[in-house]
Design a protein around this ligand. Sequence first.
Ligand code: NAI
Length: 480
Amino acid sequence: TAGDLEFAVADLSLAASGRTQLRLAEHEMPGLMALRREFAETKPLRGARIAGSLHMTVQTAVLIETLVTLGAEVRWVSCNIFSTQDEAAAAVVAGPDGTAEHPAGSAVFAWKGETLDEYWWCTEQLFRFPGGALPNMILDDGGDATLLVHKGAEYEAAGTVPQPDENDPEEYRIILRTLAQSLAEDPRRFTRIAEQVLGVTEETTNGVKRLYRLAEQGALRFPAINVNDSVTKSKFDNRYGIRHSMVDGLNRATDVMIGGKLAVVCGYGDVGKGAVAALRGQGARVVITEIDPICALQAAMDGLDVVELDDVVERADIFLTTTGGRDIVSAAQMARMKHNAIVANVGHFDNEIDMAGLAKVPGLRKAEIKPQVHEWVFPDGHAIIVLSEGRLMNLGNATGHPSFVMSASFANQVLAQIELFTRPGHYPVGVHRLPKQLDEQVARLHLDAVGARLTRLSPEQAEYLGVDVDGPYKLDHYRY
Ligand code: NAI
């Protein structure tokens, strides 16, 4: 604690080196910097208390300081135990005008390599603004902060938290324990939070799926904006971001030659398409698996073999899951892989690869090669290499997506926060997307930086096409 400022980071003395990285990132994030210039005076987020759960990287630091420039007060955690960049977390706590000795920034609770207990402790800190204040906005990535509020409020209404049983996953037991402690301390905390929160803006595919499910069940407690499905988010970050950061993770983790290897990518959605492009760019032979006939046909038209995992499990060198689903690679399949095959995941949660099943294989030995790179040696002596314990490897083994693409994603986040905070009532409880004109605006903010010159419609052309000269240029269902 420093004055009113609470935080928990690995090492505050990293703040100065973090600040230099933030400075470089700001130059590569024209969308966020344009929003700072546009709203620095009017401060549309004045009065917003944002509980943010999103990978605490350098790029997120620029997002946080943009929200603060727009008037918000924030508390922040990472949404993954391995994804924090400790120097970025330190820089945000120190703040642009403070130092490691006299921190004057924002409250961050995040460090690289949290245990699950620590992760949920951090997440719970999001809801404890100074002086007993509660958040009135959530910014989420994957939906863990939103989940805690919904489960908390549900159990508060029931007056009790269910007892976990032996077979429940460890993480579920930790969540229940966290909520039981909260209930004992304040039996209405999450109910009040749910009442106060004006809305949540959600970053990723998996979190968005959770929100639609809550809405379908009639259980969603506040409005949500699905940031992921802004075109300038999922068609850029999920795809071009992964194209950059996934190979970065592979290289930093293993430095294995990718060219010539047989790589199998599970899932050919936005993330899968980016991953395939990167692996092919490196000269790998790439095959994919899909459950959706449309994506499978797309892959075939892109010249890829569409296989079942079992067809290639003994031959492939690199296995990458990108599905957002569960049990994509089983422990039995991992046992059949060839020596030193690399197994990694870039889908949001860690259950794409059956790590729990792998840990139970009798006689298996796990050796750390370096942090977030493990060799699992089977009793017959052959091994596989698992990155980031099956969690997001582009963040665990590398530093996530580059600044430029995150500028587009985060510009959507900022606009979505402004929409929900300044226009309560305009968005009823449910899951919404940003208006297309704002999506186009985000793209527009990034064109100069890439030297793009946009052609302007003449009024006659606009009339002929049936659109406005200033957009939106496409119907809502257009797929890009
Ligand atoms: P998407 O829905 O576009 O693609 C996922 C694809 O996987 C779909 O085409 C689906 O049919 C396929 N799939 C589902 N189950 C499968 C199975 N059992 N076998 C083979 N294919 C299967 O979703 P998107 O946007 O590509 O996101 C995928 C995941 O990546 C999500 O969990 C998302 O949250 C996460 N994500 C991770 C990022 C990172 O930085 N690592 C960035 C953006 C998203």
